[in-house]
Design a protein around this ligand. Structure first.
Ligand code: ATP
Length: 320
């Protein structure tokens, strides 16, 4: 049986990554394994910035946002020669297998490392929920809470001033943050890559809400990278009865203490990832489907595309 494993966080940070690191350390220790924390993702792996983590190293981290291991992007990790240096570093510490916490890109690195003889297991850690092989990734629920809290506050001030708040949220490739926030806040309009973006249609709907429904506020939630929300808000002022104001929530969405849902998800996924390595499995990632922790090959996970959530769009449209 393997004796030493590594753990790292990579790509964009997400609340609950620490809960996942803690889970890996505690479950691995319980099964008699030694755990090494690799700093700053694959960058720290290549540079040999690796330190042993015992159960006390992860004390009081369950509720902390960010990642205690740090995260970085290292595009050069796509090159075999760079990965060979990483494998040499792992061997220097006697690390036989690694758990990686991150998104799609992080999974690709894990797959390549597995092919080079280091079994790796991926844990989905990204606020965007853009990994289709799992119902939820760690951090999504917390980011959703942050967005809902912010929009509830914007709604208070929008109502007082008869404004239309145009709110940009993260998650360009994945509609979930925008759509779930739209339902949670009773937003008037949600714009995602999948819903499409027709300015004239949005203006006429806003005028309907203003003139016919007599609403004294409106919330438009837009996924990032679809349009310049500052410019769009100016057009709202010009072409509708509302005074348009833009808010880009930005990086506040990445921070904060993880919700209980994310802490539990991270704890369950971390535990399963350790079990898989003990079983000698590599090149797989864990996920949650219908509240069951599952594992599937990374290749399959990367090929899976999430279908548009028609049921959620229906619920949203009917309740505006
Ligand atoms: P998020 O998209 O949520 O920020 P991510 O894991 O997809 O997370 P990326 O920046 O795409 O973030 O990838 C993280 C790291 O994984 C990269 O910096 C790189 O070191 C490694 N990586 C990405 N793609 C590959 C690949 N094809 N082969 C090997 N390593 C890769």
């Amino acid at each position: 049986m393997i004796k030493k494993i590594g753990v790292l966080t990579s790509g964009g940070d997400a609340p609950g990554m620490n809960a996942a690191i803690r889970a890996v350390v505690r479950s691995a220790n319980a099964l008699g394994l030694t755990v090494y924390g690799i700093q700053d993702g694959y960058k720290g792996m290549v540079e040999g910035r690796i330190l042993e983590l015992d159960r006390f190293s992860v004390s009081e981290t369950l509720g902390k946002g960010g990642t205690i291991l740090g995260t970085a992007r290292l595009p050069e990790f796509k090159e075999e020669v760079v990965r060979k240096r990483a494998v040499e570093q792992l061997k220097r510490f006697g690390i036989e297998a690694v758990i990686v916490i991150g998104g799609d890109g992080t999974y690709k690195g894990a797959l390549e490392l597995t092919k080079m003889g280091i079994n790796c297991i991926g844990i989905p850690g990204t606020i965007d929920n853009d990994i289709a092989s799992t119902d939820f990734s760690i951090g999504f629920d917390t980011a959703l809470h942050t967005i809902v809290d912010a929009i509830d506050k914007l709604r208070d001030t929008s109502s007082s001033h008869k404004r239309c708040s145009v709110v940009e949220v993260m998650g360009n490739r994945c509609e979930d943050l925008a759509l779930w926030a739209g339902i949670s806040t009773g937003a008037e309009i949600v714009v995602t890559l999948k819903s499409g973006f027709d300015e004239d249609e949005i203006f006429s709907r806003l005028n309907y809400f203003h003139d016919v429904r007599k609403k004294n506020h409106a919330i438009v939630i837009i996924s990032e990278k679809i349009t310049d929300v500052e410019q769009f808000a100016k057009k709202v002022t010009k072409y509708t009865g509302f005074d348009g104001r833009a808010t880009v929530l930005g990086h506040v969405q990445r921070g904060g203490s993880p919700t209980p849902f994310d802490r539990i998800l991270a704890s369950r996924m971390g535990d399963r990832a350790v079990e898989l390595l003990v079983e000698g499995v590599g090149g797989q990632c864990v996920g949650i489907i219908n509240n069951k922790i599952v594992n599937i090959p990374i290749e399959q996970a990367l090929e899976t595309h999430r279908a548009s959530n028609k049921e959620l769009y229906k619920v949203f449209e009917r309740q505006v």
